[in-house]
Design a protein around this ligand. Sequence first.
Ligand code: HEC
Length: 156
Amino acid sequence: MKKTLFIALFFSAIIYSCGSSGNSESTESGSTTEQTPEEKQLAEGKGIGHFTNVETGAIDPTLQKKGMDLFQLKCTPCHRLTTEKLVGPGLKNVTVRRKPEWIMNMITNPATMTQRDSAAKGLLEICLVQMPNQQFTSDDEVRAILENFRNNDATK
Ligand code: HEC
């Protein structure tokens, strides 16, 4: 009996070690040892793009106002600030379901996001339209849009 148990443990150890070495060779495995910075960022729910670390503090009213104007100008053909879906999802509570980095990467890098980020990919499967890149020239404008979303989610 003891001998059978020993043999069983011995073989499961071999299987386990084969399994783990197989994992580290695969790029899709989520293995922490060989993650590229991009894979790490995706795994952290920050999406993919050049926003890797966004600090948020008190909402800046000037920036928020600018963000509202930009949103009206560039985003309202497809989005509402309520839960209502238009071409794209309703954006109420987007700051609750996504990290700031994710939102800013989605705005500036939407085609890569819908290919590589699982949440964005899922949205494309539902909406069936690829969100276009709105070609923002400064990070400040993208941050302004984020401030407007934060403000929208702070008020019920
Ligand atoms: C032509 C329509 C269109 C325009 C214009 C557009 N979007 Fe989108 N947006 C989409 C679609 C469709 C999706 C879902 C992902 C996909 O299918 O590409 C999406 C997804 C999003 C998401 C993720 C929503 C969630 O639930 O996580 C955010 C955030 C977003 N858009 C922000 C913006 C902002 C900000 C603008 C303006 C600068 C904008 N979008 C302009 C169509 C659009």
